[in-house]
Each structure stands twice: as C-alpha cells, then as structure tokens.
Design a protein around this ligand. Structure first.
Ligand SMILES: [Zn+2]
Length: 287
C-alpha cells in the first residue's frame, strides 16, 4: 500500500467553483458610518467538498471614521465559515457527513475514509479522525473559552451580532444548523439533525441567548424557522434578512453557468501560444 505523506500535500484545483463573500455588515456598529472595503481578503482557500473542490474567499471592510472608537477596526465575511472551519481545507459538509456516518450509520473511521476516497476526496484515516473531533467540538461549543471570547467581542464592539444558517449537506446526513458571531467572524456552534422545529432550535441556542451580553442584531437568510428562532431567542434585537445571503442565493444559480463558461474558455484558449510581445514604439492605442 502506498505510504501517505504526513505533511499536508499540495493540491491544485484549477476548475474549482468560486464563492467570494462580502462582509456581513455594511455600517460600523459603533459610529453607524458606511464601512470601506479593503483590498485584502481575510480568508482565501480551496477546500474539498462532497460536491468537488470549491474556492472560498471572504472580503474585509474597515471603519474609516477617524473619530470613531473603532477606527480601522476590521469586519469580516462570516459566511465563509459556513463552508469550512478556520484553518481547514475540507468543507463543513465533509465534517457533517463523517459525523453522521460514524454516529448514525456506525461506520468505522477507516471505512469512512475509503468511502470519501471513492467520492474523489483525498484524505487519510488520521485526518478523518481529526475532522470528526473538530465536528464534535463545534457541536458542543459552550466551553468557557467560547463564552470568554464572546464577552470580549461584546466589550470591543458594544454587543454581538448573531447569524444563523441551515446547510443541507449532500446525502442522508440531515441538516446542519450553524451559529456564528458576525463581529468576531467566528463559527460558534452547530446542530445536526433531520428538520428541527423552532422549539428545538430555541433550546439549542439557550446557552447563548442566556448569556448576559448585549445583542445588536440578528442576521439570517429567508428561511422561516431560522428567522422565527432568532426572533424568539433574542426578542429585543432587530432581525435583518441578510442582503449578502440573499444576493449569494441568487448568484448560486448563475455560478454553474459561469463555471461552465470558464472551463470551456480554458479548454478553447489554453492551447494557444502566448501572444508575442511587440516593441513599445509600435504599440497602438486601443481605439
Ligand atoms: Zn466606526
């Protein structure tokens, strides 16, 4: 059997689908002024998902009001963490799938590894175990560390902004509900189940809604149960249907065509020789 390298192998996926997210909020929560886009992205990586490789990136904005307490404070696109955890090169759907196969289908990790390999996902058994443990940590995330970091965020920004989304990983692995905090840009907790009722979701969020920290707003896309849950859990906080989510939902439809077009163009044009460089004095203006 071929020996697996211990270091992370370098993988290239030129045909990966691309998702680039804008920050979740557009105005500074402290001074209320419009945030300015920064050129740097806070996250950019290609991950392996059950549906093939995916390039995911998050843009950054900052407060540029010099009199604001949070001048130059950066804001992130938390939605990238719905696709993959910080530091991971695997999709959250892969983690959810491993969790489901191990817990509900009672498969051994080595068997799960084989199944993932058959689906075209390059992974060794050690990493299947690692992803499973990461997933369990996300499912039981009410440790002191998490609470302390939330308290720090609330102190820094004057409150928290909670966002929640329901993902449907491929196959019979139920839904994955993910809670993240927008201002710190961190995934906080996840719940894996078949369709959850509002009461079940409110119960899941209770450790967080019981925290005595100010909440500035809640964000989600248009899913009815998710909106109702956020409104019940944090009745004082205004709920916003996230513009970013809404636009991304629309873009999903277009992306397939866009990918197809890019692939075809690469095939059509990839074989052409490089355009010869002309001496500078012969260069003509474009019009
Ligand atoms: Zn500001």
């Amino acid at each position: 059997m071929e020996k697996q390298a211990r270091h992370r192998p370098h993988r290239e996926y030129p045909d990966a689908r691309r998702l680039v997210f804008d920050p979740d909020i557009e105005t500074c929560p402290i001074c209320g002024q419009t945030l300015k886009a920064r050129r740097n992205w806070h996250s950019r990586k290609t991950i392996q998902t059950l549906n093939g490789p995916l390039f995911v990136a998050g843009k950054t904005k900052e407060c540029v009001t010099s009199t604001c307490r949070n001048y130059q404070k950066r804001y992130y696109a938390g939605r990238v963490w719905l696709y993959s955890l910080p530091g991971s090169t695997y999709g959250l759907d892969v983690l959810a799938w491993i969790g489901w196969q191990h817990e509900h289908e009672h498969r051994q990790l080595v068997e799960i590894q084989r199944m993932l390999n058959q689906r075209g996902i390059a992974i060794n058994e050690r990493n299947v175990g690692k992803l499973y443990r990461q997933f369990l940590a996300l499912l039981s995330a009410t440790s002191e560390n998490v609470c302390e970091s939330l308290a720090n965020t609330a102190q820094e920004y004057g409150g928290l902004i909670w966002a929640m989304d329901a993902l449907q990983p491929e196959g019979p692995s139920g839904l994955l509900y993910v809670l993240y905090e927008v201002l710190s840009g961190k995934p906080v907790a996840a719940l894996q189940c078949e369709h959850a009722s509002e009461a079940e979701l409110v119960e899941w969020l209770r450790p967080f809604s019981a925290l005595e920290l100010p909440v500035l707003a809640t964000l989600s896309d248009g899913e009815h149960t998710v909106i109702a849950t956020l409104k019940t859990s944090w009745p004082q906080a205004p709920h916003q249907r996230c513009q970013v989510h809404f636009l991304n939902n629309l873009a999903d439809e277009v992306l397939d065509y866009d990918d197809e077009l890019r692939k075809n163009m690469r095939q059509d044009l990839g074989g052409l020789p490089k355009a010869p460089q002309r001496p500078a004095e012969q260069t003509e203006p474009p019009f």
